[in-house]
Design a binder for this molecule. Structure first.
Ligand code: TXA
Ligand code: MG
Length: 320
């Protein structure tokens, strides 16, 4: 941990596990270190980074004003997979916020991430540790496969437990708004705040202009073409692709396994029926099917309930 903290202070890039996905960290106060993140990922300069800190006080110190609602969310969900967008102080370099007036802050729950934030003594700007527009890494191996020559140090603590990126909520407008669905559902935020919480039109489910600068349409995409089908039509779609001679892989919940019956066992990934366990295995499954060299991944659409919102969001983005 001491070595990693020293690297961060020396303008190096350190990949580390969080409870969501692996992050590619740099000292958020060091603009040149943060520029290295953008180069390493091939990330557009218009896409701001989440800043990771050890506690809510450190987060509030990066905000121009820290609303009461930020306090309520922080005491309920931090450390945890929630990023809160607030107005920023000028202490944060422009490169971190893509020049914008707001900053996303988060206190991660993973013990390694938390210890690194404490040891670093500076806020850590960290996007997911993958090349831009590819599937986020949930293991240290995924990080090396994507960024081996660009990262100075990788801390390997095994697979990340939540498996999908944090929920992002924007508190800078009159009504709180979820910019990216994640492990914490909009309803949980609404319950905590005792008020309505909107879900951004940038989310893949709805139409209209993107609210979060980074919510580009095609995102989280595997190399293979990702295709979605309903549980009812999946088996017919699979059979048709196979009869056209295509090498396809499959991905579904155990409850919908029948829809993948036409696909070779070795190329089917069947994940648990509960949303949290499915999310934990989702990206590893996409990485695995990519590694098996399939041309198309046929995924069966999960249920339309709030528990599955973030998973539907990632699957739809990956397939758009
Ligand atoms: O779980 C996570 O959030 C992981 C781990 C490493 O913490 N990080 C992550 O970072 O997913 P990244 O860069 O892959 O996604 C960050 C998203 C982008 O869509 C970006 O546009 C959005 O957060 N974002 C960052 N700052 C923002 C801001 N000030 N306003 C609105 N959206 C912001
Ligand atoms: Mg990312």
């Amino acid at each position: 941990m001491a070595e990693a903290a020293a690297e961060l202070r020396a303008r190096k890039l350190v990949a580390f596990p969080t409870e969501t996905v692996y992050g590619l960290g740099a000292n958020a106060f060091d603009a040149r270190a943060v520029e290295r993140i953008f180069r390493a990922k091939g990330r557009s300069a218009g896409n701001p980074l989440i800043v990771h800190v050890a506690d809510a006080a450190a987060a509030a110190a990066l905000a121009a004003d820290w609303p009461l609602e930020a306090d309520r969310l922080a005491s309920r969900f931090w450390p945890g997979p929630l990023s809160i967008v607030v107005r920023r102080t000028p202490r944060i370099p422009d490169v971190v916020t893509a020049g914008g007036p707001t900053v996303a802050v988060r206190v991660p729950a993973h013990p390694v991430a938390l210890a690194l934030c404490q040891a670093a003594g500076v806020p850590i700007a960290a996007p997911s540790a993958n090349r831009s527009l590819t599937v986020s890494p949930t293991t240290a191996r995924h990080v090396l496969d994507s960024l081996a020559d660009a990262v100075d140090l990788v801390i390997d603590a095994g697979p990340t437990p939540a498996g999908i990126e944090s929920t992002i909520v924007d508190l800078t407008e009159s009504v709180p708004r979820v910019l990216r669905p994640g492990p914490i559902a909009p309803g949980d935020l609404a319950n905590c705040l005792e008020r309505e919480v909107l879900v951004a039109t940038g989310a893949a489910e709805t139409s209209g202009p993107a609210r979060s600068p980074g919510q580009q349409e095609r995102h989280y995409a595997p190399r293979a073409r990702l295709m979605l089908a309903s549980p009812q039509e999946a088996a017919a779609v699979a059979a048709k692709l196979l009869s056209a001679g295509r090498r396809i892989g499959g991905l579904c919940r155990r409850a919908d396994e029948g829809g993948l019956a036409p696909i070779d066992d070795a190329l089917r990934v069947v994940l648990p029926d509960d949303a949290a366990s499915f999310a934990a295995g989702l990206y590893a499954a996409l990485h695995q099917l990519d590694a098996l060299g399939v041309e198309t991944i046929l995924a069966i659409e999960p249920p339309e309930t709030e528990a599955w919102l973030a998973i539907r969001d990632r699957l739809r983005r990956g397939s758009s």
